[in-house]
Design a protein around this ligand. Sequence first.
Ligand code: HQG
Length: 181
Amino acid sequence: MTSLQEKSKLLSRWLRHRPDAIGLEIDKRGWVAVAELLLKSASAGVVLTQDELMQIVVENDKQRFSLSEDRTRIRAAQGHSVDVDLKLPVKTPPPVLFHGTAQKFIASIRRQGLLPGTRRDVHLSATKQTASEVGARRGTPVVLLVETFPLLRDGYRFRCSDNGVWLTPTIPARYIRFPDK
Ligand code: HQG
């Protein structure tokens, strides 16, 4: 039996990175038909009911999934590596955003700035606390501070995912404030 948490993780994987793993059709906005998802999931040996799916969407700790208004389609709110464009509107960010990373990446970030890696965007948090938790996934956490005004002034644009993650394609090192030490 696959637990609900495991099913939720699989859902993240399929909707962000590997729709092909179970033959899912993902459209260019990242949407997948719920009916197809349930069917293909079952074919892959993971029985997921409509009720379980709704429970995962509602109870997910980071609200990782969004449903279309008519609830027939689902997508990941952010974090994709597959080639999708969610068409989130450009939005003015708060004056300061935070990026949580690990100590081992700092030298490289000082050289190259923040790069999206395998994902579509650099992810930024509105709070230090969240950034610290994000960084802790990868090692000793380090929180970088980004003042957004200079970036906006220089033409950089931000988007905000349905679950409150701030997204931008890249941030050059000169805009990043590194902790002293
Ligand atoms: C680092 C989670 C070396 C970057 C979170 C990060 C987030 C560089 C890692 C979401 C670099 C990529 C995304 C450079 C950036 N040199 N390392 N130039 N530029 N990095 O997982 O931001 O739980 O792809 O600092 O909450 O950690 O999955 O990105 O450490 O919102 O829903 O390269 O994932 O959400 O790691 O996390 P990731 P992230 P979920």
